[in-house]
Design a protein around this ligand. Structure first.
Ligand code: 5GP
Ligand code: MN
Ligand code: MN
Length: 480
């Protein structure tokens, strides 16, 4: 297609403002990542986003970016909270999809030999796949409590400890949540999905720390080489998906005038200050709370599995939450834009908040160094823990990447790979034990469907938006 990019400096490319664009757009990528990003509709979608009213400064695409519904996965848009809008497509269907990492005091040596039992027990204990129910099944009233209270509900119900709350963004509760803004249908979908992974891109992975690049921040995060950690990736399941569907429908109907002025109906947005913007925000925050409880319950279950397999209590194995990050959300934040302090709805879809040292939103334990950022790679490549970088505040509305990012569609992956072979190779050649709902899931998630996570992280580091602290490698993986 005809989108021209200008190189601003190393790793920074700009689509200049032309036509109906309100701002320019920026892609943060190395040359080879840019080539992959240019292979689908990502650049066009990024450009379209700049036509949203109230967008500040520029739209950003992260180095792991790829096309999504209306707005790229790996996109960031800071939109004025008074004169702008909220766009569900720029948050994503899986509201508060995200990852959390739990530490342990086990080493890889302690675990070796137990992999088959561990992966089997995890697979039996943590529901995954599209059907399959959840760890908990609750009635609608309980779902409403979860939507209102987030991880505080889990604390009161015995699925969390105080420390878990303190190591979660917003202490696991968006106070702007309103359960009444969530449809009955959405609530009903949530009843049987509390504590479940969902479809194939979601996972629970036992990992070992292979490198600690910064030992001082590594200490603050409690990370050491050879240590076993657990990474959990899931979101708000059918409940969040239904919230997105419901509000896209409502917004398309009520705000058709704004819709007609946009280049893509998938960008449907509710003007700031409108009733629908307020109720979408309240419903989205409720779905965010649901996703936090989902990850919390999966983590709780994982603690029980470790107790069963290793015969020690989870407290004794020091299975503490390191941090929980959201990578699909919109959030009201103040940012300095050209010397002016502005209230923005920061839409991050497939991108992670990466606040540096000093920001009051960062939990006290990490405030002196910056927030942890979790970037999964793939089940064959490893993952990263980063620390929010100083430049994120001036360059990316306090954000960095969220993963390696897909390069190959699921359909193509199923033609290229055979799940059984991928699984066997991972086990024989890399000592990674994988269990999935189906062979097709493993094929769709083969390591080669994702971009090079090392290169994504190198771009983040070069730009100073997120600095690598540690690298991990998979040991056991259960796929949604
Ligand atoms: P998304 O939220 O966009 O579905 O996925 C986030 C990222 O997780 C992907 O871009 C990919 O890099 C990473 N990922 C997907 N599957 C796995 C896995 O099984 N293990 C690890 N460590 N990372 C994965
Ligand atoms: Mn995700
Ligand atoms: Mn998701």
């Amino acid at each position: 297609n005809s989108i021209t990019l200008e190189e601003v400096r190393d790793n920074v490319w700009e689509i200049p403002r032309t036509g109906d664009m309100n701002t320019p757009a920026r892609v943060l990528a190395s040359e080879s990542l840019l080539e992959e990003i240019s292979g689908d509709r990502t650049l066009q979608q990024l450009k379209n986003t700049t036509e949203l009213p109230g967008i500040a400064k520029y739209a950003v695409c992260m180095p792991d970016g790829h096309q999504g519904y209306g707005f790229p996965v790996g996109g960031v848009a800071g939109i004025d909270a008074e004169t702008g809008c909220l766009s569900p497509g720029a948050v994503g269907y899986d509201i508060n999809c995200g990852v959390r990492m739990m530490r342990t005091n086990l080493t890889y040596e302690d675990l070796k030999g137990s992999e088959p039992e561990l992966v089997e027990t995890l697979f039996e204990s943590v529901p995954c796949g599209l059907g399959g129910g959840g760890v908990l099944e609750k009635d609608r009233e309980t779902v409403e409590e979860i939507l209102a209270d987030g991880v505080e509900w889990a604390l009161n119900a015995g699925y969390a400890v105080e420390e878990d709350l303190r190591r979660c963004e917003d202490e696991g509760r968006r106070t702007d949540a309103d359960p009444d803004a969530v449809s009955q249908e959405a609530k009903d979908r949530g009843k049987s999905q509390i504590g479940s992974l969902g479809s194939g891109n979601h996972f629970l992975e036992v990992q070992r720390v292979t490198d600690v690049f910064d030992s001082e921040i590594g200490d603050t995060y409690g990370l050491k080489p050879e240590q076993i950690v657990v990474l959990i990736h899931t979101g708000s399941r059918g409940l969040g998906h239904q919230v997105c569907t419901d509000y896209l429908d409502a917004i398309e109907q009520s705000h058709s005038e704004l819709l007609e002025s946009l280049p893509d109906t998938e960008l449907a947005a509710a003007p700031a200050g409108s009733e629908l913007a307020a109720s979408y925000y309240a419903a989205m925050c409720a779905a965010i709370n649901f996703a936090w409880v989902n990850r919390q319950v999966v983590m709780h279950r994982t603690r029980e599995v470790f107790e069963e397999v290793f015969g020690r209590s989870w407290e004794n194995m020091e299975m503490e939450l390191l941090y929980d990050v959201a990578h699909n959300s919109a959030k009201l934040e103040s940012h300095d834009i050209d010397g002016e302090k502005r209230e923005l709805y920061v839409h991050r879809k497939g991108s992670t908040r990466a606040f540096p040292a000093g920001r009051e939103e960062v939990p006290e334990t990490y405030r002196s160094v910056g927030q942890p950022v979790l970037i999964p790679g793939s089940m064959g490549a490893g993952s990263y823990v980063l620390c929010g970088g100083e430049a994120a505040m001036t360059e990316t509305f306090g954000s960095t990447a969220h993963g390696a990012g897909r390069v190959m569609s699921r359909t193509q992956a199923k033609q290229e790979f055979w799940g059984g072979d991928v699984q066997q190779e991972l086990q024989d050649q890399q000592h990674v034990y994988v269990k999935a709902d189906s062979g097709a899931t493993v094929a769709e998630e083969a390591p080669d469907v994702y971009k090079d996570v090392d290169e994504v992280v190198a771009v983040s580091e070069a730009l100073g938006i997120g600095d690598p602290i540690a690298r991990t490698f998979p040991v056991c993986n259960i796929k949604g």
